[in-house]
Write a protein that binds this ligand. Structure first.
Ligand code: CP
Length: 310
């Protein structure tokens, strides 16, 4: 299977394509009011298959497809009955006869891989338990907007769980020569194999991977702090057991005061205010770029659709 035809995980793309896509996203963001690209995907259709809840991702794919002149179609997981009513193979083959692309939010990474393998249309990972590449591209766009296209040597400190967003952010950093720091309680690190698969990209780009169990150590040289919920979708049963471990990993004014003066903050959203991030930091829009990142979901995903469908 040619992973370059899809967006299954950011690791499959090279730096040139990632920066090119971010460049298109920035251009689309500037042109959205003029509607210059409103026929770019005319006649094209994507399916949106979401097994987990979503505000940002589902809205931005729908609006983005509409803005480019194409049509999104909602596919209902319950009605489709994946592996119950019909096999993944047959579903992928049928969808490939009608659609030009498939956007999938699901639990297992293997499902997006199977849909890509058995169909012959681009599959876009809209979040799995292991990866969230669309989020990472929107974050990459924020970084380029803040610091310029050459992000080598910038340091992203991810404060929280070694989850899907951490993985995709790490992969972005590895490709673009940024340093990725994870600060998490012991036992909540990313999987060893995910880190190891990115080490060659870090080596090639000059970026560095670092792990701390003390958030104060992680923020000292950071250009941006990244926050996410402590309990990811599908892990709600772990909330009570996880919360105590993560309390010292809250992004607060106090933690931020230990970072360099220019340091910014972002969050992939939705946020649990008062848990992983305080109200005070969330509402400080001089430093909190999370709403910019949320806006960029629209433009970055349009750029992905353009890249894979046009
Ligand atoms: N950040 C993100 O993916 O938001 P949604 O879960 O609302 O789509």
């Amino acid at each position: 299977m040619d992973n370059f035809k899809h967006l299954l995980r950011l690791r499959d793309w090279d730096a040139e394509r990632i920066l090119g896509t971010i460049g298109v996203a920035i251009r689309l963001k500037n042109e959205v009011k003029n509607g210059i690209y409103s026929e770019q995907l005319k006649g094209k259709t994507i399916g949106l298959f979401f097994e987990k809840p979503s505000l940002r991702t589902v809205t931005t794919f729908q609006v983005g497809m509409h803005q480019l002149g194409g049509m999104p179609v909602t596919l209902e997981p319950k009605s489709i009955g994946l592996n119950k009513r019909e096999s993944v193979k047959d579903i992928a083959r049928c969808l490939s006869r009608w659609l030009n692309g498939l956007v999938v939010r699901c639990f297992k990474q293997t499902l997006v891989e199977q849909l890509a393998e058995h169909g012959n249309i681009p599959v876009i990972n809209a979040l799995t338990d292991d990866h969230h590449p669309c989020q990472a591209l929107a974050f990459g766009q924020v970084m380029v907007e803040q610091f310029g296209e050459d992000l080598r040597g910038k340091t992203v400190a991810f404060i929280g769980d070694g989850n899907n967003v951490a993985n995709s952010t790490m992969e972005l950093c590895a490709k673009l020569g940024m340093n990725f720091t994870l600060a998490c309680p012991k036992g909540f690190e990313q999987k060893k194999e995910d880190i190891e698969l990115s080490l060659p990209d870090f080596k090639k780009s000059g970026g560095k991977y670092r792990l701390f169990n003390e958030p104060r150590d992680a923020v000292r040289d950071a250009d941006i702090l990244y926050s996410d919920v402590w309990v990811s979708m599908g892990q709600e049963g772990q909330k009570d057991s996880k919360q105590n471990h993560f309390l010292p990993f809250q992004i607060s004014d106090e933690l931020l005061s230990l970072a360099p003066k220019h340091c910014k903050v972002t969050h992939c959203l939705p946020a649990n205010r008062g848990e992983e991030i305080t109200d005070s930091v969330m509402d400080n829009l001089q430093i909190n770029l999370c709403y910019e990142e949320a806006e960029n979901r629209l433009h970055a995903q349009k750029a992905v659709l353009w890249e894979l469908l046009f």
